[in-house]
Write a protein that binds this ligand. Structure first.
Ligand code: ZN
Length: 224
């Protein structure tokens, strides 16, 4: 194992523990990978491991078709989505996937619309390529499926038409995003999860009538 491979593994495992601590990767859910630039393999989480106790030994190597390299373990069930992302964007070196409450609920509720539209938030500038809060980022929502070849094909078709894709949601399931480094991918996850939290709360507040009397009501009461 090269020095750099070992340090990438440690960095990814630290990131997984962080995401678990946030409550965004409960139990054995979610999956993670990195690909060192120039290598023809990727390192991905093996299937069914608890993310709170996940260790470097729980990572395994697969080729760019998702087949294990010298390993009898099963890689994550969603390995094909990782290989698709690396093939589509050669600059990507890390892919993170979370199952938070907010991304699960919002992707379910907004499934019919086909995307979650994020706009007007200062923190959007934490996404690479976004320079102002006046931008709009559409996160597509794909119907959830256990048929990974079909799901990969749907995502690939969307990507053809939206080359600036920064991530996607699977309905009632979770978020995928990525970056040019583990740190950038982690930043993108944190930004998206923060924005989902804001989005949800704004929608919730917007739908509840404010029970406090307005200033003009108080004024009217004093007059009467
Ligand atoms: Zn998942």
């Amino acid at each position: 194992m090269s020095e750099s491979n070992a340090s990438w593994k440690i960095q990814l495992v630290e990131c997984i523990h962080f995401l678990h601590q946030q409550g965004w990767a409960p139990a054995t859910s979610s999956n993670y990978s990195f690909r060192i630039p120039g290598e023809s393999t990727l390192t991905i989480s093996s299937s069914g491991k608890d993310k709170g106790t996940f260790s470097v030994e729980d990572l395994m190597v697969v080729d760019l078709q998702g087949q294990p390299v010298n390993d009898s373990r099963k890689p994550s069930a969603e390995t094909l989505l990782h290989t698709l992302i690396y093939q589509r964007n050669p600059e990507v070196t890390c892919i993170l996937h979370t199952h938070s409450v907010y991304n699960t609920v919002l992707s379910q509720v907004y499934q019919e619309e086909g995307h979650l539209r994020l706009t007007g938030f200062e923190l959007m500038k934490g996404l690479s390529g976004v320079k102002t809060h006046e931008s709009t980022v559409d996160l597509p929502i794909f119907p959830n499926s256990q048929d990974m070849p079909q799901l990969s094909e749907d995502i690939a078709l969307y990507w053809d038409e939206h080359p600036a894709l920064k991530g996607f949601l699977l309905a009632g399931h979770g978020l995928y995003t990525w970056g040019k480094s583990i740190a950038e991918a982690k930043r993108h996850i944190e930004v998206f999860e923060f924005l989902f939290d804001c989005f949800y709360k704004i929608k919730t507040l917007g739908q509840v009538a404010d029970p406090r009397p307005s200033l003009s009501d108080n004024f009217q009461n004093r007059l009467s």
